[in-house]
Design a binder for this molecule. Sequence first.
Ligand code: SAM
Length: 233
Amino acid sequence: MNSIHLSKRLEQVADYVDTDARLADIGSDHAYLPCYLAEKGQIEYAIAGEVVDGPFQNALKEVRQKGLEEKIDVRLGDGLMVLSTDDKIDTITIAGMGGALIRSILENGQSNQRITGKETLILQPNVFEETVRRYLMANNYTIAAESILEENEKIYEIIKAIPADVPVDYSKKECLFGPFLSKEKSDTFIKKWNQQLQTDLFILGQIEQSKDPDETKMTKLKEEIRLIKEMIT
Ligand code: SAM
């Protein structure tokens, strides 16, 4: 992968970025996504934020090599703390992290007034997509689009969210499976949830065999198994 040929996963994230966006890409090792978008002329400006020095240096190098310093500002810092309201960011991408980390980055940014809550969010959690959807619902966002795709034997979900005009109330099923993905039921979606079903059944079996089974965990797993079976069979 490079900034000319993105991974399929990042290409889908890029596709969701609106024309002329002022973008903050958080966790931007190599800054491939903002470089790709800047080279295509799809964005007005971008901040590539990184918390770790190595990936930060890689992002700096990439932006310099492409001569994109005017368009892309690479900043070292934690999550949305690299932003200020003067940056007038209107779109945030956070890709390739767990759902819980994505949620905490957004919450931190909000409690430190680094974002207005009106930005378009394009999020690609590697795990715990439900946590991300619950954050969106709690913060008055509506899911505008969702994708699911497989790359290098891993399945990824990409979620685009925009501020809602009216309060949003997603059901448990919509939070877990995705309001769009659960309607489309693509082959990749069925494959993902079949795999999850096998994992859940295996874990449940292990817990049931243990000397002191964790009842709370078992109830949660049984409920998820029921929902998955209902969804894919
Ligand atoms: N976004 C790229 C992608 O999707 O290919 C990179 C994903 S990489 C697996 C995750 C990156 O996020 C790492 O470079 C890591 O250092 C960075 N990261 C993790 N937590 C962060 C935080 N709180 N703030 C900024 N960057 C963070």
